[in-house]
Design a binder for this molecule. Structure first.
Ligand code: ATP
Ligand code: MG
Length: 417
């Protein structure tokens, strides 16, 4: 019989790797809290229409990347490909727009039907934030600063912040036309997807990763020439605030985002060590999305980081955060006439917060010490009948081999103190 395998594009996060994930989640929780974001958890699936409307009918995600299915009653549902649309839905549904400003963060799995490769999978994980209720450019800079703060605290360095403005519906029309004029000259050379994009959403050609299209992009007109006065001064204010925050950045006038809802500020944090899939975090403003989804007009800005790519970066740098935690102590009971004492003691040690390894196979002391050594347990507490009779145990340092006898009543204090 064939054995089962995880579906293509998904993977198991095994115990030896999970420490990095926990590290990332823990740091993110702390950093987000210091910027006063509160966690929100939305369902893994939503009605399909939510994403079609929220992310945009012409986006790659909605066109070809959604995991859509009908439930038993024939309702059309989709596994969430990103979390902003769901957060906006929740905020509107629960009347939270009356309590502005809002600062929300999330973490969890997302699903996109993409071609799996390094840093790109079908179930992947994002953590991100949404700040709702302000047009202020200082906020945009604060969000970018927070992303840099987060990535640094996670243990990454050598990252580049790229920033651009994708304009507003007023000035984007003009830019759209200059792109149609420009890419129209090379229509035959564009990849198949971009030939369609030329008709439906020419901005997205700038996001195409194929060699031909990225080559043609080099000489495409930059959006900076088309921005209206308001969008242009907003961008100026964002970069001025970035300087106040002391954040280095690069202006990338060809940076666009794959989702339709972005307005004005768009940014990405790039790790050049990662190859083609080099964006570890990305975000931007979406001042019209909430209204488009049925809420009162409310500006907002958010970002999302891809956890798989963060893990790749950390592994590449062999950060200390990648080491897994090990038990603090081996409790080795040898040759005892009764199990009563070691089992009670085992429980006491664990209740005191120690991580204790115990051998139910009841192998000999040598075998137990060998196992403890192999998995890196630092200390062994040896309990034999002779010791128990004298109400002591032997504490052995596994690295130095040094041993000492300790009174049973003092052990917990000594080990936890
Ligand atoms: P890309 O251009 O790499 O496809 P995107 O524009 O589709 O990214 P967003 O939707 O903005 O990405 O998601 C934010 C982050 O989530 C990305 O920067 C990336 O780190 C991560 N991400 C997106 N799609 C995937 C995926 N299929 N597998 C793993 N990580 C992903
Ligand atoms: Mg994508």
């Amino acid at each position: 019989m064939n054995s089962f395998k995880a579906p293509r594009g998904t993977r198991d996060i095994l115990p030896e790797e999970v420490g990095i994930w926990q590290h990332i989640e823990e740091v993110a929780g702390k950093v987000f809290a210091s910027y006063r974001y509160q966690e929100i958890r939305t369902p893994i699936f939503e009605v399909t229409e939510l994403f079609a409307r929220g992310i945009g009918e012409t986006s790659d995600i909605v066109n070809k990347e959604m995991y859509t299915f009908a439930d038993r009653k024939g309702r059309n549902l989709t596994l969430r490909p990103e979390n902003t649309a769901s957060v906006v839905r929740a905020v509107i549904e629960h009347g939270m727009l009356t309590k502005l400003p809002l600062r929300l963060y999330y973490a969890g799995p997302m699903f996109r039907y993409e071609r799996p490769q390094a840093g790109r999978s079908r179930q992947f994980h994002q953590l991100g934030t949404e700040a709702i209720g302000s047009f202020a450019p200082g906020l945009d800079a604060e969000v970018i600063t927070m992303v840099v703060h987060l990535l640094q605290d996670i243990g990454l360095s050598g990252l580049e912040v790229q920033i651009n403005s994708v304009g507003c519906p007023e000035c984007r029309g003009q830019y759209r036309q200059s792109l149609v004029d420009y890419f129209g000259q090379f229509k035959e050379d564009l990849c198949n997807d971009c030939q369609v994009r030329l008709e439906r959403n020419p901005l997205r050609i700038l996001d195409c990763k194929t060699a031909v299209c990225s080559g043609l992009k080099e000489n495409a007109p930059p959006i900076s020439d088309s921005l209206c006065q308001d969008c242009s001064s907003h961008l100026g204010e964002v970069t001025r605030h970035l300087k106040l925050f002391g954040i280095d950045y690069t202006r990338n006038p060809k940076l666009v985002r794959g989702l339709d809802y972005y307005t004005r500020t768009a940014f990405e944090v790039v790790d050049y060590g990662l190859g083609a899939q080099n964006a570890v975090a990305a975000g931007g403003r979406y001042d019209n999305l909430i209204e488009e989804m049925g809420g009162r007009p409310t500006p907002a800005i958010g970002f999302a980081a891809g956890c798989e790519r963060l893990v790749l970066c950390l592994k590449e740098r062999r950060s200390p955060a990648t080491t897994t935690s090990v038990p603090d102590l081996l409790l080795a009971a040898v040759g005892l006439s009764s199990e009563e004492y070691p089992v009670k003691f085992l429980q006491e040690l664990r209740r005191a917060g120690l991580s204790v390894l115990f051998d139910w196979e009841k192998r000999g002391l040598k075998a137990q010490l060998k196992l403890a050594n192999r998995i890196g347990v630092k200390q062994a507490l040896i309990l034999g009948q002779d010791e128990l009779d004298r109400q002591v145990a032997t504490l052995k340092d596994m690295e130095t081999g040094k041993q000492e006898e300790i009174d049973l009543v003092e052990i917990i204090n000594k080990l936890t103190g």
